[in-house]
Unconditional design. Structure first.
Length: 231
């Protein structure tokens, strides 16, 4: 699956030709906010399809009947205890695509993380995981599989912090869906909990700028989606 040979085994880089073309369009500075939003949605859909083919399992459900009276066995997916965890702000651009892919509604738990400008270290400012503070029954409300939505993995610090938070919450497995990542950042994220984390990404860039931006990258996805460029 991975087109990059020197990445960890739990990192999967798509080779889908349509995905690569859409990522190329997203890179362009001439792509306006409305089109950038649509491209993030479309890229997320394709990456999600590829990830869920591996992460989820189809199982038989109860019997039902077609409109012309034939009985059939329904299909469910396992595990059923799923949750989406978008990283604010840019992860919001992936939520609708992944919700559309899944056959049933699932909880969305937002995590607010930002990089401190001078150190590039992640700082958590919002967390709405239910009962995420450790108690006597810590982990009892955690999803079996949490799906992190993090469009850009640059240094990897934000993704690592999200993985740590979800592990402490009590999840059993994590799937990270991303649009684009830096090689070093995705290696760092993949190494945080390699036995339980799979990362699926549309493309990988080799370098970061001194400010922690991907080169050539796609710019700041949050700024592009929400028209806050120059804040």
């Amino acid at each position: 699956m991975s087109a990059t040979p020197d990445l960890p085994a739990n990192v999967h880089v798509s080779n889908h030709p349509c995905l690569r073309a859409k990522l190329s369009l997203l890179r362009s500075k001439s792509t306006q906010a409305r089109d950038a939003k649509a491209l993030v949605n479309q890229i997320s859909t394709i990456v999600g399809c590829e990830a869920f083919a591996s992460a989820l399992t189809a199982v038989d459900g109860p019997k039902d009947e077609t409109p012309i009276g034939f009985e059939y066995t329904t299909t469910n997916v396992e595990p059923q205890e799923l949750s989406l965890v978008p990283i604010l702000r840019s992860g919001l651009g992936m939520v609708e695509a992944i919700q559309t892919l899944l056959p049933n509604p699932i909880p969305v738990h937002h995590l607010g993380l930002y990089r401190e400008p001078s150190t590039l270290d992640p700082v958590e400012y919002y967390n709405n995981l239910p009962h995420h503070i450790a108690t006597g029954n810590s982990g009892s409300s955690a999803s079996r599989l949490a799906i992190i939505l993090d469009p850009v993995i640059a240094t990897g610090g934000t993704c690592v912090a999200a993985i740590q938070t979800l592990r402490e919450w009590g999840v059993k497995r994590i799937v990270v869906l991303s649009v684009i990542a830096a090689v070093d950042g995705i290696r760092r994220a993949a190494a945080e909990w390699p036995d339980a984390v799979e990362i699926w990404v549309a493309g990988v860039d080799a370098e970061l700028t001194k400010d922690g931006m991907l080169k050539p990258g796609v710019g700041d996805v949050g700024d592009r989606l929400f028209l806050t460029i120059g804040k």
